[in-house]
Design a protein around this ligand. Structure first.
Ligand code: FAD
Length: 472
């Protein structure tokens, strides 16, 4: 093919990995192109992930707060009701504003944005099926694959996502009614966030989970506390349960299930079923076969420490490679791969990538769990502090949850911090900074924290890890 445009770096995929890589590349002086088929930038995260889910979590929380808690503060809002349509509109306007903002950043940084499906003709030639119809070919010294991920189907194939009654997170983000009974298959972050939205709006929510607990990679104590809080809020749980398949009708679904040890269970009716068993890398139609790259068993593209694939000049970042499927992880990798191409020293610290669940209360975690430290035979110390002993949490009537700090026993170095409580997602940042700088619990405990703030609970848990807290 005859390529008519030449780039230093072409990014395929306009999600948080790809668009951040493109901006950084342009900032460092590379002639840069980005190829995105969706029609808007921002990828899964902005269009059907992080952003729309947080919009619905916020509006449903406001409603629940008004109904359940305002009177406690002496605020009376009579006849409180919600309009799902308007909630969806607010979500769409947040998404629209942000995706357009990314498009503006492309122009500002002089990144050429191709709206279309990119595929490798060879390692230095990308053929683009433009959304408007034609095909265009561009050439590039380097290409970064940032094609992200898609919802995984139910293992075994017994139940297909139709986005009507059997929905993925994408369908759950734009339902036109509140389910009476919503069954979540999978007790992971995406399911529990979407389940929280509809539970607050009145759905009966049942979580069917194959493992013996929700959020199985989280610190056990945190996931147990979280389960209890969700139970208080009306969630029901079926652990050690496997969905085999289901009968899908116009008005609902009947699920067939068995226990993990093979016992048949009663069928379960729902009007909507959300399959939230995880996500898998997306590389369809990318022409990987033309450049000698073969995804592994799980569909992931294998890369080395510099994000290089086996094919020279082709790199991959974000959900399509190993590591946690998180927007901020993809962004870090996007900056790192480009800095390395410039001859700078890029940096991603996989030991200090926070993970947040945006339920109420929130859960935020960074570093090792207690179970991991035990498994690795590390001698560790634990410091804990409950929000019920924190003045700001009490003032706000939000006493649920705790901060848990794990340190190396002999050196006091921070190894993991796990928070469940309101605003945990913001509170975790200081723990991440601490870990990035190799802090001890004493370093953070001796740092002055404003009073009265929730962050004092972090400080006190740090005190508890090597000494004693004051307020317990
Ligand atoms: P993606 O964002 O998936 O972007 C890839 C893009 O590439 C897509 O837009 C796709 O259209 C495009 N593409 C693919 N193939 C081609 C091709 N051949 N040509 C052109 N374009 C192509 N993460 C968080 O950190 N925090 C959260 O709160 C959070 N909430 C989430 C909630 C939900 C409901 C979901 C589904 C995900 C959530 N995530 C969250 C995960 C987050 O969205 C992903 O980790 C992140 O989007 C990955 O970024 P990426 O750039 O690797 O890929």
């Amino acid at each position: 093919s005859t390529a008519n445009k030449n780039y230093d770096i072409t990014v395929i995929g306009g999600g948080p990995g790809g668009y951040v890589a493109a901006i950084k590349a342009a900032q460092l002086g590379f002639k840069t192109a980005i190829v995105e088929k969706r029609g808007t930038l921002g990828g899964t995260c902005l269009n059907v992930g992080c952003i729309p889910s947080k919009a619905l979590l916020n509006s449903s929380h406001k409603y629940e707060d008004a109904v359940q808690h305002f009177a406690e503060y002496g605020v009376y809002a009579d006849n409180v009701r919600f309009d799902l349509d308007q909630m969806m509109k607010q979500k769409e306007s947040a998404v629209k504003g942000l995706t357009q903002g990314i498009e503006f950043l492309m122009k500002k940084n002089k990144v050429d944005y191709y709206k279309g499906w990119g595929k490798f003709a060879d390692a230095n030639t990308i053929s683009i099926d433009l959304n408007e119809g034609k095909t265009e070919s561009i050439s590039s010294k380097n290409t970064i694959i940032a094609t992200g991920s898609e919802p995984s189907p139910l293992p075994g194939g017994g139940l297909k996502i139709d986005e009507k009654r059997v929905i993925s997170s994408t369908g759950a983000l734009s339902l036109n009614e509140v389910p009476k009974k919503l069954v979540l298959i999978g007790g992971g972050v995406i399911g529990l966030e979407m389940g929280s939205v509809y539970s607050r709006l009145g759905s009966e929510v049942i979580v069917v989970e194959f493992m013996d607990r929700i959020m199985p990679t989280f610190d056990k104590e945190i996931s147990r506390t979280f389960t209890n809080i969700l139970k208080k809020r009306g969630f029901k749980f079926m652990f050690g349960t496997k969905v085999l398949g289901g009968d899908v009708r116009e008005d609902g679904v009947t699920l067939n299930m068995e226990s993990v040890n093979g016992d048949k269970l009663d069928p379960l009716d729902a009007d909507y079923v959300l399959i939230a068993t995880g996500r898998r890398p997306f590389t369809e139609g990318l022409g990987l076969e033309n450049i000698g790259v073969t995804p592994d068993r799980l569909g992931m593209i294998e890369v080395n420490d510099h994000f290089a694939t086996v094919t020279p000049n082709v790199y991959a970042i974000g959900d399509v490679i190993r590591g946690p499927m998180l927007a901020h992880k993809a962004e870090e990798e996007g900056v790192c791969v480009v800095e390395n191409l410039k001859g700078l020293v890029g940096h991603v610290n996989y030991d200090a990538i926070p993970g947040v669940v945006y339920t109420h209360p929130e859960i935020a975690t960074v570093g090792k769990t207690e179970e991991e430290l035990k498994g690795e035979g590390v001698k560790y110390a634990v410091g804990k502090f409950p929000f019920s002993a924190n003045s700001r949490a009490r003032t706000n009537s939000e006493p649920d949850g705790l901060v848990k700090v794990l340190t190396e026993k002999s050196t006091d170095k921070l190894l993991g911090v796990h928070i469940i409580g309101s605003n945990a997602g913001e509170l975790i940042a200081e723990a991440v900074v601490g870990m990035e700088y190799g802090a001890s619990s004493e370093d953070i405990a001796r740092t002055c924290h404003a009073h009265p703030t929730l962050s004092e609970a972090v400080k006190e848990a740090m005190m508890a890890a090597h000494d004693k807290p004051i307020h317990m």
